[in-house]
Design a protein around this ligand. Structure first.
Ligand SMILES: C[S@@+](CC[C@H](N)C(=O)[O-])C[C@H]1O[C@@H](n2cnc3c(N)ncnc32)[C@H](O)[C@@H]1O
Length: 281
């Protein structure tokens, strides 16, 4: 009888051990064993209030340095040997920067991740809110870029397509290309091109301008984005545009890349618009 009870208890203990071994939430829920030896994770943030997500979980802990203790802070799912950290930065009310870092936990007991600066191997993604250029400033930009019949004109972040449509419609450009991350803007651009009767001379495509690899067919590149975005695009413009190509940026400069010309245009809306022109040498 006693032997039978012992045998049942052993079976029950074995079943419990198996269930615990198979339960993926064990490490997270109770501080049980993780594969990693990680004890503390220190994350250096780009700003005090930047949002941080670890493996998709938003962590409400402001500060320039965020220190997590393992397992107490319950940020680490059991059995993981790498995690993904995502910082969301809002340097102003029209720019959203997403900085992603994949981190191996094989590194040790106390790991420091620096999200304070961009890592060229895992570049930032940047999104700029939509704001359209007023019609008189569209004309001023096309004039500054000396857009003419031989030109292929790009607008990076094309909004409703007005710059590209103006380039082929008003200034007779050979071809226009507009790229925008927002599919709704691309739809709007195509409808506007159709309505303006220039659909056969323009191409609008959805995509991230930071994924563009080559602009060697462009004669003119138009930009109304942000300072961060201009700086991120600068290597592409400098490396792939042909000599004589023009870059026109509304409002924002290119850091130490000095413009060949800057005009301060007084818009019909009473605002002043700094327009910059660079000519590729
Ligand atoms: C300030 S608006 C300028 C619109 C248009 N160029 C104009 O001057 O009227 C910026 C545009 O860029 C788009 N945009 C923002 N970030 C982008 C990105 N990473 N890649 C492509 N388009 C982007 C937005 O959807 C928006 O339509």
């Amino acid at each position: 009888m006693r032997a039978r009870i012992n045998c049942r208890m052993n079976l029950a203990l074995a079943a419990l051990a198996l269930a615990l071994a198979l339960c993926p939430a064990w490490g997270r829920q109770t501080g049980g064993p993780n594969k990693t030896r990680l004890k503390t994770l220190k994350v250096i943030m780009p700003s005090y209030s930047a949002e941080l997500k670890i493996d998709g979980k938003k962590l409400d802990k402001p500060g320039f340095e965020r220190i997590f203790k393992i397992p107490e802070d319950m940020i680490l799912p059991a059995g993981k040997d790498s995690i993904e950290l995502v910082a969301t930065i809002r340097p102003n009310n029209y720019t959203l920067i997403t900085r992603t870092r994949k981190v191996s936990l094989a590194g040790g007991v106390d790991i420091v991740v620096d999200l304070g600066k961009e890592d060229a191997r895992q570049p930032d993604r940047i999104f700029i809110s939509y704001l359209s250029t007023p019609p008189d400033i569209v004309e001023a930009m096309l004039k500054l870029g000396r857009v003419g019949p031989k030109d292929t004109v790009y607008d990076l972040g094309c909004g409703d397509g007005r710059l590209v449509i103006g380039a082929v419609g008003m200034y007779g450009a050979k071809r226009g290309v507009g790229i925008d991350l927002d599919p709704e803007r691309i739809k709007q651009s195509k409808e506007n091109a159709q309505a303006a009767g220039v659909a056969d001379k323009v191409e609008f495509r959805q995509g991230d301008v930071l994924d563009i690899k080559d602009l060697s067919d462009a004669d003119v590149v138009l930009l109304f984005l942000s300072q961060d975005m201009n700086l991120a695009l600068r290597p592409l413009l400098q490396k792939t545009l042909k000599p004589g190509a023009r870059v026109v940026s509304s409002y924002f400069s290119m850091g130490s890349w000095k413009p060949d010309r800057t005009e301060l245009v007084l818009g019909e809306d009473g605002n002043e618009y700094p327009l910059h022109l660079w000519i590729i040498k």
